[in-house]
Design a binder for this molecule. Sequence first.
Ligand SMILES: Nc1ncnc2c1ncn2[C@@H]1O[C@H](COP(=O)(O)OP(=O)(O)OP(=O)(O)O)[C@@H](O)[C@H]1O
Ligand SMILES: [Mg+2]
Length: 261
Amino acid sequence: MPTLAIFHTKGGVGKTAAAVNLAYLAAQSDAPTLLCDLDPQGSATFYFRVKPHVQAGAKVITRGGKHLTQSIKETDYEGLDLLPSDVSYRHFSLALDKIKGGKKRLQESLAPLQALYTYIVLDCPPTLSLLTESILTAADNLLIPVVPTTLSMRAYAQLLAFVYDQHYGDRPITAFFSMVERSKTLHRTVMQETLGHDHRFLKSFIPYTADIEKMGLRREPVGAFAPHSPGALAYAALWQELQSGWLPNPSLQHPMETESL
Ligand SMILES: Nc1ncnc2c1ncn2[C@@H]1O[C@H](COP(=O)(O)OP(=O)(O)OP(=O)(O)O)[C@@H](O)[C@H]1O
Ligand SMILES: [Mg+2]
């Protein structure tokens, strides 16, 4: 079953917001879903009001088996479980480095869970480390949020180069524009130029909105507390587009809908 990594080496681009909301939408569509918080910041864990299993930390994944299954917590939403993270995850790469074939350990630990869940969503930390390579090994699909600015596009290009250089380019890579501010000419220009030639980008994008920002206060997916808000509708459209073409068709180019910006 698909393991979807919401992935970028750049921080603060909306990875966790997307992971939380897409995992919520997946579960709402009757697909049992596991959200794995792999970031020592534990933001996804915070959003779901789940207390981390502090003692276990990254060992949960390096050991796998019952250590992992016993750490999985139910959320308030039917069909949505969470593997929480805590600060000890900062030692994750070190722990993987000590294991022979450490790069494959995340994939091996998650493998038995694939019979239980339709989707496994990985909320990834903004790093380039052994953990990054473990995530790339474990993921069937990579989903990259990109803020439409020149520097973010540069970081996206560097990330793609890394993925291909390290021979992970066989995984379907999908990107979407995140934190879009329609009033900004730069955002509109970058989107228009990119959507015209990069088939990896979804047509749906996530706007910069107050309702998504409020998730930090509400500690819920935006669809749960404001289902008709622009943010919730944008994630719903993104999820629908992802599902309808889970593996993006390289021959498809997304026309830019300038009028909707
Ligand atoms: N579309 C949006 N509109 C407004 N605020 C947003 C949006 N997406 C994310 N945010 C806010 O921006 C901040 C960073 O978002 P988020 O934590 O999702 O990014 P991240 O890529 O996971 O960051 P990190 O790399 O630190 O893990 C958070 O405070 C979040 O509430
Ligand atoms: Mg995050």
